[in-house]
Design a protein around this ligand. Structure first.
Ligand SMILES: Cc1cc2nc3c(=O)[nH]c(=O)nc-3n(C[C@H](O)[C@H](O)[C@H](O)COP(=O)(O)O)c2cc1C
Length: 247
């Protein structure tokens, strides 16, 4: 079973490629998370978790979802982590998660995809994004071949810098960077409410026709990138930046 987490669609894109190559079932974790549900899964095929990288680790929300879900059948777990630049030492955290869940860790494939984190960085132009998607698709197909053959995914190298990024920097990132005080709706807002619908953690309430963020944002970038009127900004940083989203 292929289970994905996504903010702006990259991981769903890769998960679809994997599910189709493996002729396996596709499950959206955000849909369950939005309904405040965990999973009760059964599969005889290996579990394949597909996720963006947040702060050089699996996003905490997805990790919690896996921790709190039930998995019956196969004990093998593969991970595909897409990222803008790198996953640091995320593999170690995945091994710990597998040990806690009774999974056999079968490896992680790091796949570079278009950067979506426009609160802090910027998204690539359309041409570059397309190239990355093309390469990403090939890498996902290669991972699917290995999974289908019952092989391990090749180990990811991670040095001291990776440990630092996935350790203290990840901690500081959640402590100081993730938050929603800088989000605002501009006068371009058309009161469509899509930002609230697109928020998997139900952190947006529409008040007087405008979104109001409620303080438990996970920075997935769905609201700002999917706004049809491009009426959401994050401080001054996002002004003029290209919005990135895949359907
Ligand atoms: C909150 C947040 C944190 C991120 N942290 C990292 C990171 O540590 N390393 C990295 O290479 N990319 C990072 N990115 C980029 C995403 O992992 C990458 O663009 C991913 O493909 C987005 O997937 P999605 O479209 O499925 O949400 C981050 C993005 C967000 C929104």
């Amino acid at each position: 079973m292929v289970i994905y987490f996504t903010g702006t669609g990259n991981s769903r894109f890769l998960a679809r490629v994997l599910a189709s190559a493996l002729e396996d079932e596709l499950v959206s974790a955000p849909e369950l998370i939005k309904q405040n549900k965990t999973g009760d899964f059964r599969s005889e095929k290996p579990w394949v978790f597909v996720s963006p990288t947040y702060g050089w680790q699996l996003p905490r929300t997805f990790r919690r979802f896996i921790e709190e879900s039930r998995f019956e059948g196969s004990a093998q777990a593969y991970f595909i982590m897409d990222c803008g630049s790198g996953t640091g030492n995320a593999g170690e955290g995945l091994e710990e998660l597998c040990a806690a869940k009774g999974f056999e860790f079968r490896g992680m494939a790091e796949i570079k995809m278009p950067e979506n984190y426009i609160a802090v960085f910027s998204a690539p132009d359309e041409k570059t994004a397309e190239k990355l998607l093309h390469i990403g698709e090939k890498k996902a197909l290669r991972a699917a071949e290995l999974i289908r053959a019952g092989e391990l995914l090749p180990p990811q190298k991670s040095g001291l810098l990776g440990k630092f990024l996935s350790g203290p920097v990840n901690w500081g990132f959640y402590r100081f960077t993730i938050g929603d005080r800088k989000f605002r709706a501009t006068d371009a807002c058309i009161s469509c409410g899509q930002c609230a619908d697109n928020c998997m953690v139900n952190n947006i309430r529409i008040e007087n026709g405008r979104p109001v963020w409620q303080g438990s944002c996970i920075h997935c970038m769905a609201c700002i990138c999917r706004c049809p009127a491009e009426a959401i900004e994050y401080g001054k940083h996002s002004v003029g930046l290209r919005r990135y989203y895949l359907n």
